[in-house]
Design a protein around this ligand. Sequence first.
Ligand SMILES: [Zn+2]
Ligand SMILES: [Zn+2]
Length: 119
Amino acid sequence: MRFGAMDNVERGRALHGVRVAVPAGDDGHALLWFAYCPNCQATVNTDRDFIADCWSCGRPLPKRFNSRMELRVEWVLYEDILLGRHHADEWYCNYCGTANPMSNPICSKCKRSKHSTGS
Ligand SMILES: [Zn+2]
Ligand SMILES: [Zn+2]
């Protein structure tokens, strides 16, 4: 499962470039889903196959969660942000859902990279 997710991420990058999740504008929004790890209560991305193990406690995550929270985002090419073609003040961490200042290369909570899109 884990390698399959990585393959999908690599394929996506090759096709669409590296993207960053930013707060949704009026159009082009997508949903990210998060839930609490049943073991340590950390907020974790619940998209199927995104992360197999909790980023905080390292325990395997369940296949299904009782309740989930949605986060409305827009996927923006990182290159467009670097070149100033798209302005965003914050980016959302794919692992834990924390909003970080765009200048932060690493999530303030789980320490994952801004560019990380899977385990
Ligand atoms: Zn955990
Ligand atoms: Zn994070």
